[in-house]
Design a binder for this molecule. Structure first.
Ligand code: HEC
Length: 182
């Protein structure tokens, strides 16, 4: 093999290598994948529907507490109270059970029941049991007063709470005006 032939072979190898590089480049440009930011077919995992934000929005929508209370039925509320009766009495001067007596609780100062030892969390919350505070507390006691010793999950249905609060209002405190029904 002379030099000339060797050169031809080397040239052929080099050209081949260049061709491979060139084809690779062209292929990359031709089929370069553009990845879309959103999937073409969004898969509904249902997570959005149960996000806390959505729940919070849902909770603030719907009729106001005033409107619910204006339409509330105390006799239905007395049935809802069956969930509370194992721990609370309602009559004037009734005894404390696991929870304090609830006579005239609407508008009463928090943690003011005689002879009941409240949690520090409840007494520190302060203020009166307004309609709004009762509604918030009864929705989820441990959310409204972190550290309360009232072991009750809460009432999810706004109408149940409104009927119940309307019933509590009949316990010696029905003169307390309802909040505006707007
Ligand atoms: C398992 C027992 C239990 C059940 C059921 C229960 N409670 Fe209570 N409740 C308590 C206890 C204990 C406290 C005192 C909480 C504290 O000191 O943190 C309390 C406190 C309260 C207070 C505050 C009283 C005050 O003097 O400040 C209200 C109002 C109340 N409960 C209403 C209700 C209503 C209405 C229901 C029914 C939907 C209910 N509770 C169900 C045990 C219970």
């Amino acid at each position: 093999m002379n030099n000339f032939e060797l050169n031809k072979i080397a040239g052929a190898v080099l050209a081949g290598a260049l061709l491979v590089v060139a084809i690779n480049e062209i292929a990359n440009i031709a089929v370069s994948p553009t990845i879309p930011e959103k999937a073409a077919y969004a898969i509904d995992t249902g997570t959005e529907a149960v996000s806390t934000e959505a729940v919070a929005t849902a909770a603030t929508e719907g009729p106001s507490l005033g409107a619910l209370l204006a339409a509330a039925d105390p006799s239905k509320g007395s049935k809802v109270f069956k969930k509370c009766g194992s721990c609370h009495t309602t009559e004037d001067g009734g005894k404390n059970k696991i929870g304090p007596n609830l006579y005239a609780i609407v508008g009463k100062a928090k943690g003011a029941g005689a002879g009941f030892s409240y949690s520090a969390a409840l007494t520190e919350k302060g203020g009166d049991w307004s309609f709004e505070d009762l509604d918030a507390f009864l929705t989820k006691p441990k959310d409204f007063i972190k550290g309360t010793k009232m072991s009750f999950a809460g009432l999810k249905k706004p109408t149940d709470r409104a009927n119940l609060i309307a019933f509590l209002r009949t316990l010696g405190s029905s003169s307390i005006p309802l909040p505006a029904a707007n």
